[in-house]
Design a protein around this ligand. Structure first.
Ligand code: GLN
Length: 485
């Protein structure tokens, strides 16, 4: 039963073949047994989870269920959840208990999903390997000596190891798609503005977007149906009619135009990953899609531009952690300035401090025009490249990550190598577009590879349709890591 999708579990619940309490106990048991070897969770709360399950069972009994009612889920530990520790993977917030719910948390609660725990992540969502967490690295269920990707590595590993059927994540530069690729899970980052950022601890506000991990594209559609929608508490939330993201899942792919950016298929892409992605594209063609070469001429500038803009926004967002309002405060200090200095030096890890320094530098007088303003201009060009490309195609396909999962420790001493993990994901964030990754095979060492699909603004339903049709014809998404049975 632990291997079933949300949609399969929902029909078991509806047909009374299982109760939410049984399901919740099953997954809590799996977490207790398997998570010590994975470290995917920062917090698990059995009592709250079982109370949620009983409430869901009562709702199911009354026939008032939604597709998510009674389904155990986990949230990345940067979504504020009332009464739950919300740490952001940082010492700074290690003891912070949120007094309110994020919009996303509220929406899942309202749908009757059962929150079992909060997942591990790179500190303040900065990273591609989940090694920068104050709570220790997450291990990849496919090979525990390797990273699960990041920054939503805990959510990805939890879904891959079947510790929960689905989980939330956030994607500022690739943090859903890259870990989905490295763990053989399905993950979607929606269009910027589709999911409210209210109550999501901010990293880089113009790039951050909440999204979901699941075992299939169909499950991602069900999750998005719950998460997405206008929220007036987020000034960048877009007011659009509520849509059903599952509405075109069944549409055949005949006539679909798939764009292949020539800048994606170069020597930067590991041959084993290229082979899987190429085979996946052949499958889309076999189903009647046509391919067209497109070009994203500014692709090579995406990583450098991101590493100006994201740290700039982070340096501003993280200034709120000052030891006064919430979170860690140094125990001994001479005066106010000394308190700020010590609190922030102790509370933030090395990568977060590096970003704050870079961000402060590029925003400082004299460097603002040379770095920040210039980066904003190139960001516009990157977005324009996609607009051009979408004139010739309906979706863009390519790799989600340049390699399979790498060994823990391999890239920690070289930040630039780590930053390059997001080579194929970051431009999507800079443009504000939606992207997803679905499993498309196994590369070196038998490790999972993800196919990335990028859609035009608010075209998630079509991307999910393509991913679903691909999953009807393949079984990569059904494979699970050895030793998790
Ligand atoms: N890996 C990128 C970074 O370190 C993206 C992180 C994210 O998407 N949250 O900033």
């Amino acid at each position: 039963m632990f291997d079933l999708t949300i949609s399969a579990l929902a029909s078991l619940l509806r047909d009374r073949k299982a109760s939410s309490e049984e399901l919740t106990r099953l997954f809590l048991g799996r977490i207790a047994r398997l998570d010590p070897g994975l470290n995917a969770f920062i917090t698990v709360d059995e009592e709250k989870a079982l109370a949620g399950a009983r409430a869901a069972d009562a709702r199911l009994a009354k026939g008032e269920a939604t597709p998510l009612t009674g389904i155990p889920i986990a949230h990345k530990d940067l979504f504020c959840a009332k009464g739950w520790k919300t740490t952001c993977g940082s010492r700074m917030l290690a003891d912070f208990v949120s007094p309110y719910d994020a919009h996303v948390v509220e929406q899942f609660d309202r749908a009757g999903a059962v929150l079992v725990g909060k997942t591990n992540m790179d500190e303040f969502a900065m990273g591609s390997s989940n090694e920068s967490s104050h709570f220790g690295p997450v291990r990849n269920p496919w090979d525990r000596a390797r990273v699960p990707g990041g920054s939503s590595g805990g959510s990805a590993a939890a879904v891959a190891a079947r510790l929960v059927p689905a989980a939330t994540g956030t994607d500022t530069g690739g943090s859903i798609r890259q870990p989905a690729s490295l763990t053989g899970t399905s993950g979607i980052r929606p269009t910027y503005g589709a999911v409210s950022r209210y109550g999501m601890v901010a990293f880089a506000s113009s790039l951050d977007q909440g999204g979901a991990f699941g075992k299939s594209a169909e499950d991602l559609a069900l999750m998005l149906n719950v998460m997405a929608g206008f929220d007036e508490r987020d000034s960048t939330s877009i007011e659009r009619p509520k849509e059903d993201y599952a509405r075109v899942l069944a549409r055949p792919l005949a006539g679909l135009r798939v764009g292949l950016p020539k800048e994606y298929f170069t020597a930067d892409l590991a041959p084993d990953v290229a082979a899987c992605v190429t085979a996946a594209i052949a499958e889309l063609k076999a189903q009647g899609a046509t391919t067209v070469e497109v070009s994203l001429p500014n692709q090579a500038l995406a990583v450098p531009v991101y590493y100006v803009i994201a740290p700039a926004e982070a340096s501003s967002n993280l200034s709120r952690f000052d030891g006064v309002r919430y979170g860690h405060r140094a125990a001994d200090y001479a005066d106010l300035n000394d308190m700020y200095r010590k609190t922030r030096a102790q509370g933030f890890g090395a990568e977060v401090q590096r970003r704050i320094l870079v961000g402060t530098y590029v925003l400082s007088h004299g460097y603002y025009d040379a770095y920040y303003l210039q980066a904003q201009k190139v960001r516009r060009l990157i977005a324009r490249d996609f607009t051009q490309a979408f004139k010739a195609c309906d979706v863009i396909a390519g790799p989600a990550a340049p390699t399979v999962a790498f060994p823990i420790g391999e890239k920690t001493s070289d930040p630039v190598q780590m930053y390059l993990e997001d080579l194929y994901t970051i431009s999507v964030n800079l443009a504000g577009l939606p992207g997803l990754s679905v499993p498309c095979g196994f590369g070196d060492h038998g490790l999972p590879v993800g196919l990335q699909l990028i859609g035009d603004y608010f075209d998630e339903a079509r991307m999910l349709n393509v991913a679903h049709q691909y999953q009807l014809a393949t079984d990569w998404h059904r494979r699970s890591p050895p030793g998790i049975g």
